[in-house]
Design a binder for this molecule. Structure first.
Ligand SMILES: C[S@@+](CC[C@H](N)C(=O)[O-])C[C@H]1O[C@@H](n2cnc3c(N)ncnc32)[C@H](O)[C@@H]1O
Length: 400
């Protein structure tokens, strides 16, 4: 890499500091230095969470195309001087504290300018939605501080804003159904595939602090390391009625009925496991946000769909939609009333769909028959011979 001009170094230091201190919000590089159509006209870099790790999504506009690449913090720091001052002339760094600009003036010289941020401590472009959040920003919340989403004084860390919004949105999906959960005594709640348990802790906070309910909550995950960490956090924060267990979703030895089953981004067929386990425990309410989907994609064939499956990305999206439609129809066959709704705007995650189901006391035979017929017709159309939930049903029948 060519030598970084001295006058650019202070700007790069600001970028590094914002990444290190987690105040980074966005970086924009613009003002092409030539008319060459093959070089980028603009670059935008935002933090994204991938598998619970922060990456920096470098989106480069070249003519009508957009090229996407996910970088580590170190890669981002190295990439900026390779383009700034050679291909693009302006840089604007947005942090939760300030807006810092660098402008290329020619002959290897940059001028830097610093202004106080307009959106101190809040997500860029978040409008006023945050005012209505169930867990508001700028109010200290111990588990969010412990999870690294907020600072101790309640400020949401810029790269974690996405997770913060996701948590609040999830709580809204549950709050909408609080009338269904109005029973006396403790609520029994299970989070299937809880991972680092942002959601489990948030739900515990919502139910016990906001709604003042007593709970018996279990977070379940197959990974002993995350369960050990979550147990330590629950102990340290002295959270009552909350435990964590290591295990496979379908093997969880929970006796009796549960009131609320949740599952956020449980990978692939782990969402099916969560639905099956919840139905087995006669969960009154189920809220599941599916994750990646791999099971049905290889099965989907059929000449009438050839226009779809010849394009990988369309086949993938279609397979995910068919999977979720079949999940919804399966739940209806189990006597649930089901809604498939938007979880969070697509710009934040492709995993933006939530399945919300409420157990019906006396489901009509007609609605169960209709769901079965629709499921069969959809499978025939797509050439699907078996799903995880079909095999689960077969196992349950043969176990009787
Ligand atoms: C993508 S993470 C999501 C974690 C958390 N719910 C969240 O949204 O932050 C999926 C989690 O599901 C767990 N998982 C996947 N399959 C599982 C299974 N069959 N039984 C138990 N846990 C499972 C993984 O170990 C992982 O921690």
């Amino acid at each position: 890499m060519s030598k970084v001009p001295d006058s650019l170094k202070p700007f790069l230091k600001e970028v590094s500091a914002s990444l290190r201190e987690k105040t980074y919000q966005k970086l924009i590089l613009s003002r092409p230095l030539s008319n060459n159509e093959q070089v980028p006209t603009k670059v935008t870099v935002r933090p994204v969470l991938i598998q619970e790790e922060i990456h920096y999504q470098w989106v480069e506009r070249v003519g009508p195309r957009e090229l996407h690449q996910n970088l580590s913090a170190d890669q981002l720091i190295q990439r900026v001087p390779s383009i700034l001052g050679t291909l693009l002339g302006d840089a604007r760094l947005f942090t939760s504290e300030a807006e810092i600009c660098a402008r290329y003036k020619g002959r290897g010289h940059f001028q830097m300018h610093r202004a106080k941020s307009q959106s101190l401590g809040s997500e860029p472009e978040a409008h006023n939605r945050e005012k209505n959040y169930i867990i508001p920003p700028n109010e200290p919340c111990p588990f969010l501080a412990k999870a690294g989403i907020m600072s101790a004084d309640g400020r949401v860390k810029a790269p974690m804003y996405h997770k913060f919004r996701q948590i609040n949105r999830y709580l809204e999906l549950i709050r909408d159904l609080k009338g269904t959960l109005q029973k006396p005594g403790s609520l029994r709640v299970v989070d299937y595939g809880c991972g680092k348990s942002y959601l489990t802790f948030a739900l515990h906070h919502y139910l016990t602090v906001v709604e003042q309910r007593s709970v018996e909550m279990t977070g379940l995950d197959q990974r002993p390391d995350v369960i050990a960490t979550c147990t330590a956090i629950a102990d340290e924060l002295q959270l009552t009625g909350l435990d964590f267990r290591v295990g496979q979703i379908v093997d969880l030895p929970i006796e009796g009925k549960i009131d609320l089953a949740v599952s956020l981004h449980a990978c692939d067929t782990a969402t099916d496991e969560a639905l099956a386990a919840a139905v087995l425990r006669e969960a009154q309410v189920i809220v599941a946000v599916p994750c990646c989907q791999h099971e049905l994609r290889p099965q989907i064939r059929g000449e009438s769909l050839s226009g779809l499956w010849k394009h990988g990305i369309l086949a993938e999206r279609f397979a995910a939609d068919v999977t979720d439609a079949l999940r919804a129809l399966w739940l209806e066959q189990q006597g649930y009333q089901v809604q498939v709704i938007e979880f969070i705007e697509l710009e934040h995650t492709p995993k933006n769909l939530a399945i919300r189901a409420v157990r019906v006391a006396k489901p009509s035979r007609e609605s169960i028959r209709l769901a079965k017929e629709r499921s069969q017709a959809l499978k025939e159309l797509c050439g699907i011979t078996t799903t995880w939930l079909d095999r689960w049903d077969e196992q349950q029948v043969s176990a009787k």
